[in-house]
Design a protein around this ligand. Sequence first.
Ligand SMILES: *[C@@H]1O[C@H](CO)[C@@H](O)[C@H](O)[C@H]1NC(C)=O
Ligand SMILES: *[C@@H]1O[C@H](CO)[C@@H](O)[C@H](O)[C@H]1NC(C)=O
Ligand SMILES: *[C@@H]1O[C@H](CO)[C@@H](O)[C@H](O)[C@H]1NC(C)=O
Ligand SMILES: *[C@@H]1O[C@H](CO)[C@@H](O)[C@H](O)[C@H]1NC(C)=O
Length: 276
Amino acid sequence: MRITAVVPLLFSLIAFILSLLCVFAGSKRGYLENGDLLTLNTSMLGRLTLNTSSSHSSLLNSIESSIKGDINGLVADVAKKLNIHDFYSAHILDYCEGFYTPSAVANLTAHPSKNVTKCSNQTATFHFDPAKAIQDELKPGINLTDLKWPSKVQDGLTAVKLASNVMFVLYCIGIAAIGVALIGALIGVFAAGRFAAMINTMLSFLAFFALMLASAISTGVIVKVTDVVNKHGNDIGLAAYQGKTFLGMTWAATILALLTSFVWFAEIIIGRRRQA
Ligand SMILES: *[C@@H]1O[C@H](CO)[C@@H](O)[C@H](O)[C@H]1NC(C)=O
Ligand SMILES: *[C@@H]1O[C@H](CO)[C@@H](O)[C@H](O)[C@H]1NC(C)=O
Ligand SMILES: *[C@@H]1O[C@H](CO)[C@@H](O)[C@H](O)[C@H]1NC(C)=O
Ligand SMILES: *[C@@H]1O[C@H](CO)[C@@H](O)[C@H](O)[C@H]1NC(C)=O
C-alpha cells in the first residue's frame, strides 16, 4: 500500500468534482446558480432610452410615460413593465433567468438576491444569446430596436459562439481524463508499481492541459462579453457581472490537476531511487 498516493487521489477527486460543477452548475432551476459564467442585469433595460425616445407604439408610450412620470426615479423594475426578467445568467450548457428579490436595486435594508424562475434546456452546442431570449419575452409590439439594443453587444456575443462550443468539448476531455486518473489513483494506492505512477502522470497531465485550455477559453469568453456589455450596454441600462465562483472553481480544478501530475511524477522519481 502506497500512502503517498492518497494525496494525488484527494487532489484528483476535488478537481473532478469542481470541473463537474463548472459544467453542470445551473442545470436545474436554482441549482448552484452562483456557478454562472456571467450574469446580465436587465432590470433597468430601456430605462434611459425609453425616457428620451419618441416612439409610435402606444404600449411603449404608456411605459415611457410611467417612467417619465416617475420624477424621483423610483421605478425599480422596468423589466417587469416590459415583460422580461431582471437577469439572464449564462452557464456552459444553458442559461437561466429570474428576478432579483426583494428588489433589483440594493438599499440599506434590502440586498438583492437572485430568484431563478426558469432555465433553458441543456444542449452541448449551447451559446448564450440573451437578445433572442429577451425578444421572445418582450410584450408584443415592442422589439429590441425600440430599446436600442447595441449592435456591438450582439457582435461580441457572436464572436464567442465558437469558443463556447470548444470550451464544452475541452471540459469533457478534462473531466474524462481526471476521472480515469481518479480510478488510476485508487489502483495506485494499492499497487506500488512505477507503471501505475507513469500512467497517472500522463492522465492527470492530459486533464491539466484540457482544463487549462477550457479555463483560459471560458475566462476569455467571460471577460470579453462582460466588457462589451458594460462598455456599450450601460447607456440602455444593461450591466454584466463576471461569475467569480465559476472562475475560482475552474482555475482551482486546473491547478489541482497540475499538482496531481507533479505528485505522480515525483512518485516515478522516488520509485526509481528505491530501485537503484
Ligand atoms: C427622463 O429624462 C429627463 C430629461 O430628458 C430627466 O430629467 C429625467 O430625470 C429622466 N427620468 C428618468 C426616470 O430617468
Ligand atoms: C429597500 O427596498 C425594499 C424593497 O424594495 C423596501 O421595502 C424598503 O422600504 C427599502 N428601504 C429603504 C430604506 O429604502
Ligand atoms: C442592476 O442594474 C441596475 C442598473 O444598472 C442597478 O441599479 C442595480 O443595482 C443592479 N442590480 C443588481 C442586483 O446588481
Ligand atoms: C421566487 O419566485 C417564486 C415564483 O417564481 C416565488 O414563489 C418565490 O416566493 C420567490 N422567492 C423569493 C425568495 O422571493
